[in-house]
Design a protein around this ligand. Structure first.
Ligand SMILES: [Zn+2]
Length: 71
């Protein structure tokens, strides 16, 4: 089961969850219980696409955190 990294935008906590790929974009509550989290890029390579968007930043503000559904 792949591991996904998330970051809480409420307390800036970074945490990881092991979950099925089908749930990779599902909301993840941070350990402190906040629901305002974003999914970070994972280091686990699972047939992913090469390259990436030039505007992708590792620290929040990204579009692909699940809020806009572009992922
Ligand atoms: Zn939090």
């Amino acid at each position: 089961m792949p591991t996904y990294a998330y970051k809480c935008r409420a307390c800036a906590e970074e945490f990881e969850l092991s979950r099925p790929m089908s749930e990779s974009s599902a909301p993840a509550d941070c350990p402190a219980g906040h629901a305002d989290t974003v999914k970070l890029l994972t280091t686990v390579a699972i047939g992913g696409r090469a390259g990436g968007s030039p505007g992708a930043a590792p620290s929040g503000g990204g579009c692909c955190g699940g809020a806009c559904g572009c992922g």
